[in-house]
Ligand binder design. Structure first.
Ligand SMILES: [Zn+2]
Length: 429
């Protein structure tokens, strides 16, 4: 505690403003690893952390009295800061991760032309739209591989879930991480609910060829083709309704609702870090949630539970994939239309993460298991060790991870069997 206080004093003397008023600010983490999507997202998140810490420091210096005050002036200040600085930063970071997600899945299938362009900046509305500038090269409407490319943007959110498991394993959550979780977890369900309304999917076949579609409708179109081997309007509407229904359930997420409460609490009280609502028994906290994901092997839905007790945190979840792909023809209808079934009728995946965190030493074990149509049973395992190196002027930690996955789809990973290795440096500003 004394060392920490001295460290804070030292940083405060070097940098503008009382930087160390909060002791659980999000760390800035720079990570190098050998999986493209996780590497890209780690770089985006590292840059986001630096941008956030720098703007916080500058604003604290300029508006010292308003930053954390629990009066009307402080509330106006924080509302403006959230709207003009924090949410735009999160929105931009979120969209960059999304676009890298598409790019990685395109590279996976040999398309090297994977640029993207931003359509707008996050003002006056804190959302960023972007579009890929790479040319096609695959038959998007009948190729299951295209599902991975369409869903690749949303996959970035699932890569970030590993980070959120760490965030929620701490006693207190900072408002900035809570805002990142809100963007990440709401993206897919909101897109499904907004873009797959009946009116949006009516005349689907006409719309399909009239111009570019957003990811959710493009996925639905491709999914319909792969699932029914047709793109008739009734089939598309049925697929859209199924996806939308699963998506709507995904807002049943206690971490998501708790994150709204955390950001609201920051706005009102000025406390940048604090507890988040959970189901609590004594010193145990539970966060259950429904999950929903678009993936190259279909639409997956399931549930997840994170449990923490002091330094220990365990997250476990399972998902069922609604339609396995690839499909095979098992018969014909009276009208000669093929009846298709997945090679493997029941497809599922599960994951579990356990972390034990002490102040100076934390370990995390992350496991995944699956049964997928194309590759059968498989799994992945990854271990991480993080150690605080300096608790002096700027507390820092070094983390080393290593793991292995077998062939198959795993969010953020190459499809082939592959080793994983990472080294990261975290700094608490
Ligand atoms: Zn996209």
């Amino acid at each position: 505690m004394i060392r920490r206080a001295i460290g804070c004093w030292f940083v405060a003397a070097l940098l503008p403003g009382p930087l160390c008023a909060q002791t659980s600010a999000p760390p800035i983490t720079i990570e190098l690893n050998n999986w493209p999507l996780r590497r890209d997202i780690a770089l985006v998140d590292g840059a986001t952390g630096i941008a956030h810490a720098a703007t916080e420091a500058a604003l604290r210096k300029a508006f010292e009295k308003s930053v954390a005050s629990a009066d009307a002036r402080g509330r106006w200040f924080r509302a403006s800061k959230l709207y003009l600085v924090d949410l735009p930063t999160v929105a931009l970071s979120h969209t960059l991760g999304h676009e890298y997600g598409h790019g990685t899945r395109r590279r996976d299938i040999g398309l090297l032309d994977n640029g993207f362009a931003l359509d707008n900046w996050p003002w006056p509305v804190p959302f960023v739209d972007a579009h890929g500038t790479g040319r096609g090269g695959i038959n998007f409407f009948f190729d299951p591989i295209a599902l991975g490319v369409e869903a690749g943007g949303y996959e970035a959110g699932r890569v970030r879930d590993l980070k959120f498991r760490d965030v929620f394993s701490r006693e207190d959550v900072d408002y900035f991480s809570a805002a990142q979780l809100i963007y990440s977890r709401l993206e897919e369900p909101m897109a499904a609910i907004l873009y797959l309304r009946d009116s949006q999917v009516r005349d689907f076949t006409t719309k399909l060829f009239a111009g570019p579609l957003d990811d959710m409708r493009a996925f639905t179109a491709t999914f319909t083709c792969v699932r029914y081997h047709s793109i008739s309007d009734p089939d598309a509407q049925q697929a859209a309704r199924d996806i939308r229904r699963h998506a709507a359930l995904a807002v049943l997420d206690l971490q998501l609702l708790g994150s709204f409460a955390r950001v609201g609490n920051y706005l009102w009280t000025g406390k940048a870090v604090g507890s988040v609502p959970a189901i609590t028994f004594g010193d145990q906290h539970f966060w259950p949630r429904a999950t929903f994901a678009l993936s190259p092997i279909g639409v997956a839905r399931g549930g997840e539970l994170q449990w923490t007790r002091r330094a220990l945190s365990i997250t476990a979840g399972a998902e069922k994939t609604e339609q396995g792909i690839p499909l095979e023809e098992v018969g014909r209808t009276d009208r000669g239309r093929p009846i298709l079934a997945a090679h493997t009728p029941s497809l599922w995946s599960g994951h579990a993460t356990a972390s034990v965190g002490r102040r100076t030493f934390t370990t995390r074990l992350d496991t995944n298991f699956w049964n997928q149509a194309a590759t059968g049973h498989g799994g992945a395992v990854e271990a991480r060790i993080q150690r605080r190196m300096f608790s002096g002027p700027v507390p820092a930690a070094v983390a080393v991870s290593a793991g292995y996955k077998s062939a198959g789809y795993l969010a953020g990973a190459p499809n082939a069997a592959r080793w994983f290795a990472a080294i990261g440096l975290s700094v608490w500003p």
